[in-house]
Ligand binder design. Structure first.
Ligand code: KG4
Ligand code: ZN
Length: 343
């Protein structure tokens, strides 16, 4: 089966073509991305109106580029998919409408895909099966712990009560005068810093359950800045590496501790990390160390599949298509689409 998927939930326009057979590893024939990061950087975050206009602009040429890279034509595509949520409404609409139009014109099935399911499955795109595991999705919009019995069988164990981990990286980076997106910038600066220099809080570590909270940590960084520089609240350049390293360490310690606790609770022997924050080298190293100690396998996505992309959406769609699923052409987008209905 050849499947073409579109992803336009936030600020990346992406098109991918996957080829696959049930039980076999899917092959990514094309995974094209038109990044808008530079356009939004001047505003310090994503501007929805600019994002949707650029999705409309980039989508068509990107589809042609993907077909050319895959060496196939539109007639060869067996099914079309798009992200239907969660995300920005005006951005989701562009990709979902385009995929439905292509499916209708070709007389082929359409599949509406949950963006979070795409992230969750991204570590397994190159393998034919999705093993039972404990999943941590850490992105700019979400921080979610799920017990996964297999593709399509998800039980939410916990999530953030306020900011997502990536959002905390982005907001703290802004306070520190670092560019958007903040995660990679903080990681870079943190390499020269001492992670124990500032004792930032590790929220909700002692509470039962598997929820997270990162807003207190963000506020702690803010207070530290205004204490040390009451006039402007700007960080002292010499302290920047220590601030970044200490903040990053606080996020990592909470994520690692709670995820391993959840894996023990669910009796899972594999942990899978996905989402943009899972690109963080210090986070990966901390997870690897903790997993090795407990005899747990760690699965991570390849770098291109961690941040938003359409290959993960195509993979999620392919698994659904193998099971005979298709979505109606009047399926709506949902900016708040949950991955599992109840927690
Ligand atoms: O998964 P993603 O591309 O988009 C969402 O679905 O949200 O994740 C983007 C997030 C941003 O918050 C960005 O700062 C963060 O991932 N990120 C990182 C790193 N690279 C990207 N956070 C920490 N360390 C990184 N190296
Ligand atoms: Zn995402």
């Amino acid at each position: 089966m050849l499947l073409l998927a579109l992803e336009s939930s936030c600020d990346e326009t992406a098109v991918a073509i996957l080829s696959g057979r049930p039980g076999r590893a899917a092959r990514v024939l094309a995974s094209e991305i038109a990044s808008q990061i530079e356009l939004h950087r001047v505003y310090g975050g994503v501007v929805p109106e600019i994002a949707s206009r650029n999705h409309s602009l980039h989508l068509r040429p990107l589809v042609e580029q993907a077909l050319a890279r895959a060496g196939v034509t539109m007639r060869d595509i067996d099914a079309f998919a798009a992200t239907s949520g969660p995300g920005l409404a005006s951005s989701l609409l562009i990709g979902a409408t385009a995929a439905k139009a292509m499916a209708a014109a070709a007389g082929k099935p359409f599949l509406a895909i949950n963006h979070l399911e795409g992230h969750l499955l991204s570590p397994f795109v190159g393998s034919g099966i999705v093993p039972e595991h404990l999943a941590l999705i850490v992105s700019g919009g979400h921080t979610l712990l799920l017990d996964v019995a297999g593709a399509g069988h998800y039980r939410k164990l916990g999530g953030t009560r306020d900011d997502a981990a990536g959002e905390a990286f982005d907001k703290v980076a802004k306070m520190l005068g670092l560019p958007y997106p903040g995660g990679p910038e903080i990681e870079k600066v943190a390499r020269g810093g001492n992670p124990e220099a500032f004792a930032f809080p590790r929220s909700m570590m002692k509470e039962p359950g598997f929820d997270f909270s990162f807003s207190g940590l963000k506020t702690a960084v803010l207070y530290t800045l205004s204490e040390r520089n009451p006039e402007s609240g700007a960080p002292h350049p010499a302290e920047l590496p220590d601030l970044c390293a200490s903040f990053q360490e606080a996020v990592i310690e909470v994520l690692v501790t709670k995820t391993l606790r959840a894996a023990r609770h669910a009796g899972r022997k594999t942990i899978a990390l996905s989402g943009g924050v899972s690109l963080n080298g210090a986070l990966r190293a901390a997870f690897q160390g903790a997993c090795d100690k407990e005899g747990i396998a760690l699965a991570t996505a390849t770098p291109g599949l961690c941040t938003d992309n359409a290959a993960m959406i195509a993979f999620a769609a392919l698994l659904k298509a193998f099971d005979g699923h298709a979505s109606p052409l009047d399926a709506d987008i949902d900016p708040n689409l949950p991955l599992v209905a109840t927690s």
